[in-house]
Design a protein around this ligand. Structure first.
Ligand code: KG4
Ligand code: ZN
Length: 350
């Protein structure tokens, strides 16, 4: 079975072709175009700018994905695919509409059914690409720019949303703190690079909700603490000269921030593992590309729960991409009636 997938929920425009043989899911092509450079200039995503770029790129990206997979050129003759998967939520309404309406048009043109996919499940199912024999039940930690969630997957259809952030998501915390430090958007990768040379014990930052009895998170207090540190210690990293002359302090602060976030994510995930006793731990979302988080979760599972298998996708499959949307689509039923499919910006898990 071959699936063409389209992803346009935030600032990326992605198209991918994946094939499934038995329980092996393989990527034939995975193309991504991003307007991040435009957003780095403004320090964040401007929805209107993102959607306009996506309108420009969606057809070339789909053409490239199908061309690479099958040497196919866009025309009214259908490519050798069985379904078109598309992200229908959650995300920015203008961005989602670009992908959903394009998928519907291609579905009508080629008479090929659509599979609407929830972006957040895409992050979880990215682990099923090349991942043979992943066993359920699983606990999934989804850490992205907009979400920090703990999910219990009893089976592919029985799902419980057991924890979430009450304010900022983990990726959002990296990005907002990065902004305070004068770092470009998105700041997660830069903070993680600077942290390599830093001492994570240098700044005593809080671990919000680490000991709470539920599986929820809170990261906005961490941002406030960093702001207080900057003010009281007169650290003005937004000033370029100051930042250049105080690189070690900046690295130390980045290491301390990263350690605090990783610490809370690891502790809460282990708490969920202890209660639900899954066979597998699945990690996904942009923050799953963070090396410190990977190392922390991997060593905690190895030490405390050696019988549990942990999966974290390759870096390029952690951040938004269309391959992960196809990966989940293989577990869903295609829909013939395209009129029932609409963009759903506020879509939740269940
Ligand atoms: O999943 P994603 O690509 O988009 C959303 O669905 O939100 O996640 C983007 C988020 C951003 O907040 C970015 O700063 C963060 O993932 N991120 C990282 C790293 N790479 C991306 N955070 C920490 N360390 C990284 N290496
Ligand atoms: Zn995402």
């Amino acid at each position: 079975m071959n699936i063409l997938a389209i992803e346009s929920s935030c600032d990326e425009t992605g198209a991918a072709v994946l094939t499934q043989h038995g329980d092996q899911i393989t990527i034939l092509s995975n193309i991504i175009s991003t307007s991040l450079e435009l957003h780095a200039k403004t320090g964040g995503i401007i929805p209107e700018v993102a959607a306009r770029e996506q309108v420009k790129f969606i057809i070339p990206v789909i053409q490239e994905a199908l061309g690479k997979a099958f040497s196919y050129t866009l025309s009214s003759t259908p490519p050798p695919i069985d379904a078109i998967a598309v992200t229908y939520g959650p995300g920015l309404i203008g961005s989602l509409l670009v992908g959903v309406e394009t998928a519907k048009t291609l579905s009508l043109l080629w008479n090929i059914p659509i599979i609407p996919v929830n972006h957040m499940y895409g992050h979880i199912y990215a682990n099923f690409i090349h991942g043979k024999g992943i066993e359920l039940p699983a606990i999934a930690l989804v850490v992205s720019g907009g979400h920090t969630d703990l999910i219990f997957l009893k089976s592919h259809t029985e799902i419980e949303h057991i924890g979430q952030t009450r304010d900022d998501a983990a990726g959002e915390a990296f990005d907002k703190i990065g902004r305070l430090l004068g770092l470009p958007y998105p700041a997660g990768p830069t903070i993680s690079k600077l942290a390599i040379n830093g001492d994570h014990t240098s700044f005593n930052l809080p671990r919000p909700m680490i000991g709470s009895h539920d599986f929820d998170f809170s990261f906005s207090g961490l941002k406030t603490s960093v702001l207080n540190v900057l003010k009281t210690q007169k650290l003005d990293f937004a000033n370029e000269d100051f930042a250049i002359n105080n690189q070690q302090v900046l690295s130390d602060l980045c290491a301390s921030v990263q350690y605090a976030i990783v610490n809370v994510l690891t502790r809460k995930t282990l708490k969920a593992v202890e209660k639900y006793r899954p066979k597998t731990l699945l990690v996904g979302g942009g923050v799953a590309a963070n090396t410190a988080l990977k190392e922390s979760l991997t060593s905690a599972i190895k030490n405390d729960w050696p019988e549990i298998v942990i999966h974290i996708p390759d870096r390029s499959l952690c951040t938004d991409n269309a391959a992960m949307i196809a990966a989940h689509a293989f577990f869903l039923t295609p829909q013939k009636d395209i009129n029932t499919i609409t963009a759903a910006p506020g879509l939740s898990y269940i």
